[in-house]
Structures are given as C-alpha cells and as structure tokens.
Design a protein. Structure first.
Ligand SMILES: Nc1ncnc2c1ncn2[C@@H]1O[C@H](COP(=O)(O)OP(=O)(O)OP(=O)(O)O)[C@@H](O)[C@H]1O
Ligand SMILES: [Mg+2]
Length: 274
C-alpha cells in the first residue's frame, strides 16, 4: 500500500475535494482504496459517506489515534473510509501522548498494508500532531494551492517550517517521504492568476506537479469549476454527475490525477472512464 497525504496549512485550497475525487477515481481504475480523514471538519468523510461505493468503518479516526481501537479490515471492492470525528481536535493538547498517536496511525497503516493499494489521508489546515503523524508515516505528500500571493508565500512555510515543514519531516523523521508537488487548484484564467502561476513556476518550478512530454514540461493544475464543488456537496464522483459541465471538468482533471497516480508508480489505463 502506498500512502498519500494531502497537505497544506492553508484552508480551502481543495485538499478534501482532491482527496475525495481522487479516491473515487482510484477505485474506478481498480485500486483498493483506504481513505483516512484526520480533519474534524469531515469534508472528505461527508461526501464519501453519501456514496454507495464507500464502506465506512464502524470506528472513527480520532478514536483510533486516541484509544488504540481495533480496526477490522475486510476485503471489499468499495472505498473503505476511516471517517473523522470531534475527538481529533482534542489530540493536540495531549502533548504527553503525541508519540502514541503517531505510533497508532503508523500501526494502522502497517496493518492495512496488504489489504489496500492506496491510502489517501486528508488533513486539517493547522500544523499539529494529526498533520505530523500523517506525514511521519506517509510515502507521498501532495500540496494543493490557490494562485494568490498569500498562498504562494505560504509555500515556503509548507516546505521549510522548522517543525512541520516537509523538508524537516523528511530529514528528521521520515526519509522515505516523497513530495509529489504543489498542485494549483481553483485556477481561473485571469491575468492576476496567470501572473501568479508564472511567479510560482519561477520560484518553485521543480516542486510543481508536472510531467515531461516530448521533452516539454507540463505543469498540472485544476481549474475552478462549479461542478467540482457540486460533486462534493452531493457526495458524487464528478463524472457521475449527469451534466456536460461535469463531464468537461472531469476531462480536465483526469490527466492531472493520472500524473499524480503515475508519480506514485501506479499504472494508469486512461481509457478507463472514456
Ligand atoms: N477546482 C475546484 N473548483 C471549484 N470548487 C472547488 C474546487 N476545488 C475545491 N472546490 C470547493 O472549494 C471549497 C474548499 O475546498 P476543500 O474543502 O476541498 O478545501 P480544503 O483545503 O480541504 O479546506 P480545509 O483546509 O478547510 O480543509 C469546497 O467547497 C470545494 O468543494
Ligand atoms: Mg479539507
């Protein structure tokens, strides 16, 4: 099993939307998918729980981290969800137990190793023990960003924060952690955002999600499309929404998801949904 963490301390950049939609897509192409929601806002749990192809575990993530609850893993072709809960907010204050929380998450991932191909972890937008626990045990991190000045300035912290920066976690705690990259989301074709995209590529080009095609670097990004917010609101996989706009949006997003999955070493049959 490969574990991917959606990470960015900025709120509202699309971590949960990407976690949810990528989980659906990954299942559709035949991967066995586990989703762990470490955010008490439950913006990944809620849309997944509304979907018929998702099996929600009877325990929640806060309980597993705090109490060492047993998680019974069953084989299923549904997405398996360890949903978020309100207990997650109380973990940070229990400093004496932080190591235990991180160890329990690690043990859970180990126990799931043979039963799933991909585990997607959604995190909360504050650097805390949940966020650190996820990154300490993950194989990959992906950071959605919005193309505004503040978000671009935030990337330096995402990478270089003295305690929670991806570089620090990799060197001090988890050398196997691989940063898949920065993924611009909610992208609009305005001169302002175009300018910010140029700044982003100049400053962090090698850190952006990209692929090389015929010697040319193509940067991945996800446009702002109301169909994505709608799919999240009604708990659907985007291409299942019976609307041309959803189909069009999906055709823009699928190649980006393929880029992400192939960076993690998964083989993509891009025709799967076409
Ligand atoms: N590409 C997009 N186009 C349109 N709406 C989007 C897009 N990506 C995300 N959204 C919507 O934007 C809002 C914020 O996204 P989301 O909740 O995924 O962000 P987040 O990073 O998880 O936020 P938080 O940090 O609070 O957890 C949601 O309503 C979501 O449906
Ligand atoms: Mg979220």
């Amino acid at each position: 099993m490969k574990t991917l963490v959606l990470a960015n301390q900025k709120g509202g950049v699309g971590k949960s939307a990407i976690a949810t939609q990528l989980a659906h897509y990954s299942r559709t192409i035949g991967l066995r998918v586990l989703v762990i929601d470490l955010d008490h806002q439950r913006n990944t749990s809620r849309p997944l729980m509304a979907h018929a192809d998702v099996m929600t575990l009877p325990v929640t993530s806060g309980t597993v981290l705090e109490e060492d609850a047993t998680v019974e893993i069953r084989t299923t072709d549904q997405i398996v969800l360890l949903a978020g809960d309100d207990k997650l907010t109380a973990l940070e204050k229990q400093a004496g137990n932080h190591n235990a929380f991180a160890t329990r998450l690690r043990n859970l991932l180990k126990a799931c190793d043979q039963s799933f191909d991909l585990c997607i972890i959604d995190t909360n937008p504050n650097p805390d023990i949940r966020y650190a626990s996820a990154l300490i045990s993950a194989d990959y991190a992906l950071a959605p960003v919005q193309l505004n000045q503040e978000a671009i300035e935030g990337i330096a912290g995402l990478l270089g924060h003295p305690r929670f920066g991806l570089s620090k976690i990799k060197t001090a705690l988890n050398p196997k952690l691989e940063f898949l990259g920065i993924l611009p989301n909610l992208v609009e074709p305005t001169p302002f955002q175009r300018g910010n995209m140029i700044t982003l590529t100049e400053k962090f080009g090698t850190r952006l999600v990209s692929e090389k095609r015929a010697g040319e670097t193509r940067y991945g990004f996800i446009p702002k499309r109301s169909a994505i917010a709608e799919a999240q609101a009604v708990g659907q996989f985007l291409p299942e929404l019976k609307k041309t706009a959803a189909r069009d949006a999906w055709n823009e997003i699928q190649p980006v998801f393929d880029m992400v999955l192939s960076r993690m070493g998964f083989k993509i049959a891009s025709e799967a949904l076409n």
